[in-house]
Design a protein around this ligand. Structure first.
Ligand SMILES: C[S@@+](CC[C@H](N)C(=O)[O-])C[C@H]1O[C@@H](n2cnc3c(N)ncnc32)[C@H](O)[C@@H]1O
Length: 238
């Protein structure tokens, strides 16, 4: 990535980590030392145990409807960003649909990968106006405006207005809405499309209906990657 983009992403990752720690501190009833100890244990866990660990310790990372209006980036990690970047470089999509863009961390990874390929568009979606304003500023700073089409507003309304098909879809809104949103996106998928959904471990309970639907539909081949916050990797078969 270009240096303005790299510096920006480093800053946004630092900000997001600091916000997550501040949220944990507000939720946690023990001392700072105990919280630091928990953070270390969390980091050492295999990803699929992380959601349960947080719940058992009275902490929540579920990006659910209750987070609406909260001024947090809730951004993907750098590791997840690198994974999205590689997905784009390997699959060479013309059209990417990003559902839940916040201030644009995942958007920046997608857009930068498209710039490396020299073509393609990521449609970013976000309903929080302040986050949209920041996203616009971030893509300008990184110089990737020509690869991003931001649709501000409710994602269900945005998706209803879309046509054609998408090569990659990334789902990262509130986890309890994944299935309803996926059902709406289905007509925009073609055989070979890839759908990635974040937070399969950190929002384990909220995503059960989504996982169950994928497991029982012959149109999709799906597996949960034991990686970061748990990524559902779904390929459209037919
Ligand atoms: C986990 S954050 C997305 C993080 C982003 N992918 C990143 O890596 O920076 C989820 C975002 O989805 C947005 N969101 C949730 N429900 C939405 C809806 N119905 N329509 C549009 N945006 C929504 C929230 O405002 C929030 O900013």
């Amino acid at each position: 990535m270009s240096s303005p983009g790299t510096a920006l992403l480093n800053r946004l990752h630092e900000q997001s980590t600091a916000e997550t720690m501040a949220r944990a501190r507000a939720q946690f009833h023990g001392s700072s030392e105990e919280l630091a100890d928990l953070a270390e244990q969390y980091g050492a866990l295999v990803p699929r145990l992380r959601g349960r660990f947080l719940r058992e310790n009275g902490l929540s990372s579920e990006d659910a409807e209750s987070s609406q209006g909260v001024e947090l980036l809730l951004a993907i990690s750098a590791g997840m960003g690198q994974f999205l970047r590689n997905m784009v470089l390997a699959h060479r999509p013309s059209r990417i649909l990003e559902l839940g863009s916040s201030c644009g961390v995942s958007t920046l990874y997608f857009a930068e990968a498209l710039r490396t390929l020299g073509s393609g568009t990521v449609i970013a979606t976000e309903r929080d106006a302040a986050k949209c304003a920041q996203l616009r500023e971030h893509i300008r700073t990184a110089g990737v405006e020509s690869y991003v089409d931001l649709r501000e507003g409710d994602v269900f309304k945005t998706v209803a207005e879309l046509g054609g098909t998408f090569d990659i879809v990334f789902i990262d809104i509130w986890a309890d809405a994944y299935l309803r949103l996926f059902r709406q996106v289905e007509p925009l998928l073609r055989p070979g499309s890839i759908v990635l959904a974040d937070n399969m471990y950190t929002a384990e309970d909220a995503v059960q209906a989504y996982k169950h639907y994928l497991e029982h539909s012959p149109r999709f081949s799906s597996t949960t990657l034991d990686f970061e916050s748990g990524v559902e990797f779904t390929v459209v078969v037919s």
